[in-house]
Design a protein around this ligand. Structure first.
Ligand SMILES: Cc1cc2nc3c(=O)[nH]c(=O)nc-3n(C[C@H](O)[C@H](O)[C@H](O)COP(=O)(O)OP(=O)(O)OC[C@H]3O[C@@H](n4cnc5c(N)ncnc54)[C@H](O)[C@@H]3O)c2cc1C
Length: 286
């Protein structure tokens, strides 16, 4: 019998992108598409929000996919199967509203392609026509291609450098689909804030209902600290308990992008200290 918070499996999907199954039966039991957990990797670790990518209620595990960007995600990436995480809280956030809309375009960018997977699967399960658009900087960073294909009626791939699929951004692929006459009933998106901003500019222009799963800096995850506040339709909303999904056409993207960079100096300092402690140097990517 695994121990609570035990890492059952770990897989490297791409450079700095890892997939991890963690034993948390009480979370697996009630997990729904669109929700997330807050992970604390070790006793000195920070609270790190990560989307529930998959789960197995019988075996009691949840699957997380994360990009190593700073100290907490690197600490998590160093955990090996058989070791335990310090704490996992969840499931948090509101589940995705899933119903038969008709044609749904699901867009995932970068590491968040994995977060788009349970959503595309849920839309498909209730008989939507699911058109997925996934994008990465380069072919070697593209994850979950076959899984996304397995839950989509159509799959479109973009890479910034053109090494796979269409050269360009997911927003370019969306424009190309709309120019060919596609009339989606819903566009659902998750990925880096600039990507979602670009996609929402398209959905706004074409007057398409659009939902974005937001990823602001988040600390408590329970609506108390206010770190994850975002502006939607001119009103302050807390991503952790009112989201993480909001009307993409109403999100103040510039404010979200600004707030994501607020602690960059401190994060970089922490990362340098962490890397020097472990004798790791070189490219910090921060
Ligand atoms: C609801 C939610 C779900 C998320 N799901 C996932 C997921 O499934 N997989 C995944 O890899 N990441 C996910 N994130 C982002 C993830 O939580 C952050 O990347 C992580 O907390 C960074 O912690 P760190 O200590 O490793 O890096 P830090 O040292 O805190 O930051 C390093 C760099 O990452 C940037 N950063 C910090 N926090 C975020 C953030 N929330 N989003 C984007 N960039 C950030 C900083 O600006 C900085 O440039 C999610 C965020 C939210 C709010």
């Amino acid at each position: 019998m695994p121990r609570i918070y035990e890492v059952l499996r770990k897989k490297i999907l791409a450079p700095r992108i890892k997939e991890m199954d963690v034993y948390v039966p009480q979370i697996a039991k009630s997990a729904k598409p669109g929700q997330f957990v807050i992970v604390i990797p070790d006793e000195k670790g920070e609270r790190t929000p990560l989307t529930l990518v998959d789960w197995n209620r019988d075996e009691g595990w949840v699957r997380l996919v994360f990009l190593e960007v700073g100290v907490s995600t690197m600490k998590l990436g160093m955990k090996e199967p058989g070791s335990t995480l310090y704490y996992v809280a969840g499931p948090l956030g509101n589940p995705t509203h899933v119903e038969k809309f008709g044609t749904v375009v699901v867009i995932g960018g970068g590491v968040a392609i994995a977060a788009a997977y349970p959503i595309a699967r849920a839309f498909k399960e209730v008989s939507n026509h699911v058109i997925s658009v996934i994008g990465a900087r380069s072919a070697n960073l593209l994850i979950y291609e076959e899984l996304m294909r397995s839950v989509s009626d159509e799959l479109h791939i973009t890479t910034d450098d053109g090494s796979k699929g269409m050269k360009g951004f997911t927003s370019d692929a969306l424009v190309a689909l709309l120019n060919k006459g596609l009339k989606p009933n819903l566009v659902w998106m998750v990925g880096p804030a600039p990507m979602m901003k670009a996609c929402s500019e398209v959905t706004k222009k074409y007057r398409i209902k659009a939902i974005a799963s937001l990823n602001p800096i988040m600390v408590c995850g329970m609506g108390m600290c206010g770190a994850c506040r975002v502006k939607v339709g001119g009103k302050i909303r807390f991503t952790c308990y009112e989201g993480p999904e909001f009307d993409a056409n109403e999100v103040d993207w510039d404010e979200l992008i600004f707030r994501l960079k607020m602690y960059q100096k401190e994060e970089l300092e922490a990362l340098k200290l962490f890397l020097s402690k472990y004798g790791l140097g070189g490219d910090t990517h921060a």
